[in-house]
Ligand binder design. Sequence first.
Ligand SMILES: [Ca+2]
Ligand SMILES: [Ca+2]
Length: 263
Amino acid sequence: MKFIIALSALLFASGTALAAQTVNRGEMVAIPGGAFTMGSDDGPGDERPAHPVPVTPFEIDRLPVTNARFAEFLNAIGTRNRNGERLFDDDDPDARIHQQGARWTADRGFENHPVVEVSWPGARDYCAWRGKRLPTEAEWEKAARGTDGRKYPWGNTPPQRSRAQYGARFNDTASADAFPSGASPYGVLDLAGNAWEWVSSAYRPYPYKADDGREDPKAGPVRVTRGGGHDSPAEEITTTQRGRQLSRNPRSGHHNIGFRCAK
Ligand SMILES: [Ca+2]
Ligand SMILES: [Ca+2]
């Protein structure tokens, strides 16, 4: 009897701990400051070497920006900004937001999928419109892997389809909130797979240095994308992958690139 009481107390306690981890349903997640291990020693050349990088505390969106959320921006701002930069490839057959009458509306069934076909200026302007900004490459990676150098947001076990959308057909995106078991140590979702994610950083060799010009908004032209997409193979959805094989002209949108915001 004593054993049963002790066991149920234990189960209750672990259930409570689990609830505390998953109960935070806020839009943004606070990531503590401090150094973390960025890059890897055994991945592609552009991920090397693994090196400590400090970050200051920041918040990041729990989920990637969805088609429904981006439609609100298109209704307020349009598909080009004041400088004439193209924000969204509305004429691309891979876009999942269309005009119904005068209103931009997410395609039925795709409301909660990550938005794609947004250019890098479109991602930057969207975040500013929400009072946020794009995460840096270092911030994205810390939000994804924490401080223990893990290979995937959930740990080091190889990807399974229950944790992320990858290895799927062209344009076969999933709901942004479909993979709770793919959460990072901080509870950030859908980092691996589904849509690659624009970050603020220009694509430059490591070591990552925030003050060497790569965070200059005019630097570039090529920007880093992170996390891998729905049509990526398993080896591309690591926390360290920098999207080197990907076509990612920042002035255009792409069928497998979305983004999320930080502040
Ligand atoms: Ca992603
Ligand atoms: Ca396009």
